[in-house]
Design a protein around this ligand. Structure first.
Ligand SMILES: NC(=O)c1ccc[n+]([C@@H]2O[C@H](COP(=O)([O-])OP(=O)(O)OC[C@H]3O[C@@H](n4cnc5c(N)ncnc54)[C@H](O)[C@@H]3O)[C@@H](O)[C@H]2O)c1
Length: 260
């Protein structure tokens, strides 16, 4: 029997990258999955590849109306909602000086307001059912600060605060709210900045090298952590930030010091 047998889940931002991996792992573990995204062609393709347990719907997480429609469609098709995975997000690489106001607003709308609207949309139903699990895909950037990603960092710390408050408010309704905090996932997220990053390749490599477990974290490993927090095995975990980042937030790794 799978870890998520017969559970009904909504996964946002599931048209590619980590979200697509989460949807795939959920289906492997026995869940029925509603995939949402704004990239419809890619989303349809991911659902088709997963097969019968997956349904794709256009779903912009910044719209309360679209959340309503996603919840209605899920209930119509499956009759309940056991798990919400707030995975959809956008990145902006830019310092405080290079982050225009409209970009800052957009990043917060997708990464922080989106999950807020999602929780507001599913919680009444989860309460009626007697419980549910909400898993946020945060980031190492919700655990420590980082320069050059001002808006993203603010949005992910906001999401973390939102999750702590919601975990405290919803625990007595049987609803758990936890976060997976990865480093890495999908390089497509860096798409518009790849050329710029190539010019500072040595410095950016130190980002993944100078940690307890060096290198990129595979998407499947991030998805496995989401499966755990969505499953009944984590029944007494709430308000948790689960880092999946090779120990990057554990402290400073100084290569030379390992020889002392
Ligand atoms: N890529 C990384 O290095 C990294 C690192 C740490 C955490 N994360 C987090 O992992 C999660 C998944 O990111 P990813 O790496 O797969 O990146 P990604 O860019 O490949 O995936 C994000 C998905 O969200 C979708 N999306 C964007 N705006 C949306 C909206 N308004 N409504 C619905 N969907 C929307 C995109 O279309 C895309 O399919 C995100 O929460 C991200 O912040 C990523």
């Amino acid at each position: 029997m799978g870890e998520l047998e017969s559970k009904i889940a909504i996964v946002t931002g599931a048209a590619r990258g980590t979200g697509a991996s989460i949807a795939r792992r959920f289906a492997e573990e026995g869940a029925q999955v509603m995939l949402g995204d704004v990239r419809d062609e890619a989303g349809e393709e991911v659902a088709k590849r997963i097969g019968a347990p997956a349904t794709y719907r256009h779903h912009d997480v910044t719209s309360a109306d679209e959340w309503s429609r996603m919840v209605d469609a899920t209930l119509e098709q499956h009759g309940r909602i056991d798990v919400l995975v707030n995975n959809a997000a956008v990145l902006h690489l830019g310092t405080l000086d290079h982050t225009p106001e409209d970009v800052f607003r957009h990043v917060l709308e997708v990464n922080t307001l989106g999950p807020f609207l999602g929780m507001q949309a599913v919680v009444p139903r989860m309460r009626e059912q007697g419980g549910g699990a909400i898993v946020q895909v945060g980031s190492i950037d919700s655990l420590v600060g980082m320069n050059g990603i001002t808006a993203y960092c603010a949005s992910k710390w906001g999401l973390r605060g939102l999750s702590k408050a919601a975990a405290l408010e919803l625990g007595r309704d049987g609803i758990r709210v936890n976060s997976v905090c990865p480093s890495g996932g999908n390089m497509e997220m860096y798409g518009p900045w790849m050329e710029q990053l190539a010019t500072i390749a040595t410095e950016t490599r130190s980002y993944t090298d100078n940690r307890a477990i060096p290198g990129e974290v595979p998407k499947k490993v991030i998805a496995d952590a989401v499966v755990f927090l969505a499953s009944d095995r984590s029944s007494h975990c709430t308000g948790v930030d689960l880092p999946v980042e090779g120990g990057a937030a554990a402290g400073r790794f100084i290569p030379g010091f390992n020889t002392l």
